[in-house]
Structure formats: C-alpha cells, structure tokens
Design a protein. Structure first.
Length: 126
C-alpha cells in the first residue's frame, strides 16, 4: 500500500489481522491524543485556533450538515490553506460569536485591523 492513497480502518485491520472497529477504537483512545485534546470538552460547540489569528480576517456562515449553521472565522493571509481557520462556532447569533471570540487573548485580538479604507481594497467599488 502506498502513502498516497487513503485506506479505511477495515482494510488496514484486515491487513494486520485486526477488526476495523477495534483498530479505530485503539487509534482514538491511544494514538490520536483525542483523550487529552485541550478543546475536547467544548469541541461540539466551538473550536479556537489562536495561533492562526492574523491582522485581516473573514467571517462567514456555512451549513455543514443537516441544515445546522456554523460561523467560521478565517485568516485571510492563509488564503484558505493550512492555518486559515481561527474559529468555528455552532450558530450565527452575534452574542455567541462574541462570547467565543472573547476567549482569544486580548492582545492578539487587538492586532486585527479594520479594512474599511478604499486603499485597502484595490479595485473595490469600481
């Protein structure tokens, strides 16, 4: 098998003589670090990646599954690549978004710049 193609836990389990579910449980419990993940307790409601915070951000809402709405804050400098997600929250209420974003260190939040000047938007408004 090559590293360039994905394989299910069932196929990997068969290769090594282990059931796919058992392999998945073992990975989650022992190998992945999930049990000790700092955001595990609140991950169903929100996730923060303060290391991805930049000076220019985008905020949008999206529906990821079954009509549930999420608010996503991204670092524009990452251009959708690795390190672009700053926060993901369930829902779109301003109060919820503010509550989660206030968990980011204040010093980091103050680095975010307002981009309302025309000079910051080449070609905007033409």
């Amino acid at each position: 098998m090559t590293d360039s193609s994905p394989h299910s836990t069932n196929s990997l389990g068969r290769l090594y003589g282990v059931g796919g579910r058992a392999l998945l449980r073992h990975y989650r419990a022992c190998q992945s670090g999930f049990a000790h993940w700092a955001q595990r307790s609140h991950a169903k409601d929100w996730l923060l990646y303060p290391q991805n915070l930049g000076t220019h951000l985008s905020i949008d809402e999206t529906s990821l599954s079954q009509g549930e709405l999420y608010t996503v804050l991204t670092n524009k400098a990452a251009k959708g690549g690795p390190g672009s997600i700053v926060a993901i929250m369930v829902g779109t209420k301003a109060e919820t978004v503010i509550e989660v974003l206030r968990k980011l260190p204040e010093g980091q939040r103050k680095k975010v710049q307002d981009r309302t000047a025309e000079a910051d938007y080449p070609g905007h408004g033409r």
